[in-house]
Structures are given as structure tokens and as C-alpha cells.
Design a protein around this ligand. Structure first.
Ligand SMILES: Cc1ncc(COP(=O)(O)O)c(C=O)c1O
Length: 388
């Protein structure tokens, strides 16, 4: 006899229950594939929602970072400050430009770049001259700093911008995970010179693969559009005036994005309910959730908790048909970035990464499924849960 297996609960699946098919079919029928009216509409929706003067659709969040770094003036041999706990794309994009990342450890509560540590490093290990800010030991220029709004929590951008100004650094915000996150009324990704977003299939809205560059700077916006279309400078002739990229978001995928944007308010409500459910369920347990920075209204893109035996919990949940994942491996521990500088006092990123468990948080998750996740975790950890 077959044993009963409860239905699978995925980690974070896309939710395509709006007008996605309709709009994508319209895009195909229009015969406008590379560019077209859905791309313009999607970009306008993003600009209107985030308050950015310009939103430029690109092929994914990684290409958005690569172009943003180029626009920020990052050049071969430069250093770029990033948090140690982020998806590898942030560090990869620095390398694509021939620069190297400098990983700054994270804050133990917010899991975001530790701004005290950042300031100490800049104050004590760099010097400034008319050419910018330079690392004392290697004499390499430090060109930019990249706050990553991890899981939807927004960095203290006022403080970060102040530090960046003092040390002549350009700010590029990696807002891949934070569409719908605001800090003091301002949307994530709109406080620095440039912000980047991802619409990968696990993000709060998706275009299957896609991304965007946000900026309030007209010149950067114009250059971004130029760079992502192979730097073509003549309408009909094939004249390319610098090294460009083929990084445009295509019209049928932007059509999916338009339908997703219509559902964003509902997605945000559900993500917030899911996060509140987990916090309530494990209120009495010393599991640690990410603490939001003051003034942040997070999109709660991903719920995660810290537990000591994270890997065995993940395996035991998988056996119960519940998908969870570890948090990202710190960048400094990845073989390709081991030679790069890691600025840390206590190696917080390693601890958070070792104990982190990303919990199921699809916008389509039902209340019953949420309860089953919490009850199963409670049973496996041998802790009581507070489930209404
Ligand atoms: C923090 C962060 N930066 C960049 C990216 C890259 O985005 P994409 O997968 O669209 O290239 C991601 C994607 O997961 C991310 O989480």
C-alpha cells in the first residue's frame, strides 16, 4: 500500500494568475518582439511605482548590475565595496568589469552591510586625493559602494550616502530583492546614483528572466539605454561608438511584467502576512528573524530564520515534502573570491549563513500549508508554536 505523502510545498514559486497570457499573446500578435509598447509600459509602471525618474528594462538583474557599474565609472583595477552576504551576482558583476569586490561583513541583526565597519575601514585603511579614494595597502582606487537590500530589508541609505559622499564613492544599490520595499517613504534603489532590480522567477514579480536599472539622473539613463543596445549611435548605419552590450528586456517578457505589476499590491499583502505568520508561530522560540532597519517597510520577499542545526532541518523538511534552502554562502568563502579582501571583525556573515534557513513564502501558499510548515518545523525542532 502506498504511504500518504502530503502535497509538496515549494520554496517560492511564481504566481501567474493575472493577465500574463493575454498580454504576452498581444505582444506576439503585435510582431514587436525586441522592443515595443509593453516594454515602454512596463518601464513606465516601474518608474511610477518606485518614483524613479527613469526605469530601464534589461535582460536580468546581473546585467543591470554590470551596466550600472560601468555607468558608475568602475574600471579595470578598481575596488568596489559590497556586503559579504549577497547572491554571487553582485560580486560577479564587479569582476566582469575587471575590478575586484571588497566584502564588508554584515550586521548581526539586519543582515545588511555593517555601516560602522564600512566607515572604520574607509577611515583607517584608505586615503583620498583628487583622483578619489584609495586603499592604503594596495593603492587601488575604491570607486563604488553597493548596498544590497537583502530579502527586502532596506539599508540605512541616509547614512550610507553620507559615508559615500565623504569618501567620494558612487552608490549603486542592488535592489534585486526589494521591489515594494520603502525606507522613510522612499523606494529602495532610488537613493543612490543607480539602483538595479531582478525579475527572475523567484522574485516578487517576474518576467521569467529580466531586470531593470533605476536612476534619477538623466545622463545615466540615456547612457544606460545606449550601452544595452550595443552602443549603436546611428539609426540605420551600424556605427557603435563604444563597447556596448545586448542587454535589453524583450517585449513579450515585459508584457508578463505588466501583468505582474497589476498584481504587486496583492503580492505584497501576502508576503507580509506570510512573514507575520512565521514570526508569530515562533514567537517564544529563540529562532532569530531578520530585524528591519528603522523606517523600513519591507516587501518581505523572503522569510528566513536562524537555527543551529539548519542543514539537518532542511533535510528533514525535504523528507516531509517541504522545500527550504540555506541562506547564501558568504562571498569571501566562494573559491572565485577567496583572494579578495574581506573586511570583518567577527565573521558574522559566516554565522548567519551557517544557521540561515529560507522558508516557503510563495504568494500562492495557503494558510493550511503555512500551518503545516510551522507545525512540522516545531515538531522537528521540538519547540511549541503559536499558531492561531
Ligand atoms: C541580491 C541579488 N543581486 C543580483 C541578483 C541577480 O539577478 P538575476 O538573477 O536576475 O540576474 C539576484 C538574483 O537572485 C540577487 O538576489
Amino acid at each position: 500500500m502506498e504511504t500518504y505523502k502530503p502535497s509538496a510545498i515549494p520554496l517560492c514559486e511564481p504566481n501567474l494568475n493575472g493577465r500574463e497570457k493575454q498580454y504576452m499573446a498581444e505582444a506576439v500578435d503585435s510582431n514587436w518582439l525586441s522592443g515595443g509598447s509593453f516594454l515602454r509600459r512596463f518601464e513606465q509602471q516601474l518608474a511610477d511605482y518606485t518614483g524613479a525618474a527613469h526605469a530601464i528594462g534589461v535582460s536580468n538583474g546581473t546585467s543591470a548590475l554590470q551596466v550600472a557599474f560601468a555607468l558608475a565609472g568602475v574600471e579595470k583595477g578598481d575596488l568596489v565595496l559590497i556586503p559579504d552576504l549577497t547572491f554571487v551576482a553582485t560580486a560577479n558583476a564587479v569582476r566582469y568589469l575587471g575590478a575586484n569586490p571588497v566584502m564588508v561583513d554584515i550586521d548581526a541583526d539586519t543582515w545588511l552591510m555593517d555601516l560602522n565597519l564600512l566607515f572604520d575601514f574607509l577611515e583607517n585603511q584608505t586615503y583620498r586625493n583628487s583622483g578619489g579614494c584609495f586603499h592604503r595597502e594596495s593603492h587601488r582606487r575604491i570607486k563604488a559602494v553597493v548596498p544590497v537590500h537583502l530579502l527586502g530589508n532596506v539599508c540605512e541609505m541616509e547614512l550610507l550616502n553620507e559615508i559615500a559622499e565623504r569618501f567620494a564613492l558612487t552608490v549603486v544599490e542592488d535592489a534585486a530583492c526589494s521591489l515594494g520595499s520603502f525606507r522613510n517613504g522612499r523606494h529602495s534603489g532610488t537613493s543612490g546614483l543607480l539602483g538595479t532590480m531582478s525579475f527572475n522567477s523567484n522574485k516578487i514579480i517576474t518576467t521569467a528572466g529580466g531586470g531593470a536599472i533605476l536612476t534619477n539622473d538623466d545622463i545615466s539613463a540615456k547612457r544606460a539605454r545606449h550601452l544595452i543596445t550595443q552602443a549603436k549611435s546611428h539609426v540605420t548605419e551600424y556605427i557603435h561608438d563604444e563597447l556596448g552590450y545586448n542587454f535589453r528586456l524583450v517585449n513579450p517578457l515585459a508584457a508578463m511584467g505588466c501583468a505582474q505589476m497589476e498584481q504587486l499590491p496583492g503580492f505584497l499583502d501576502r508576503k507580509k502576512e506570510v512573514a507575520a505568520h512565521y514570526r508569530q508561530a515562533f514567537r517564544d522560540y529563540d529562532a532569530v528573524f531578520q530585524q528591519l532597519t528603522s523606517g523600513t517597510d519591507s516587501n518581505h520577499w523572503h522569510s528566513a530564520m536562524l537555527v543551529n542545526e539548519s542543514r539537518s532541518l532542511i533535510a528533514a523538511l525535504a523528507a516531509e515534502n517541504i522545500e527550504t534552502r540555506p541562506l547564501w554562502t558568504p562571498v569571501h568563502a566562494l573559491p572565485v573570491f577567496r583572494q579578495d579582501l574581506f573586511v570583518s571583525r567577527a565573521n558574522v556573515s559566516t554565522d548567519v549563513s551557517r544557521r540561515g534557513v529560507m522558508l516557503p513564502c510563495s504568494t500562492s501558499i495557503s494558510d493550511e500549508q503555512l500551518q503545516r510548515v510551522c507545525q512540522t518545523i516545531g515538531k522537528l525542532l521540538n519547540v511549541s508554536t503559536n499558531i492561531q
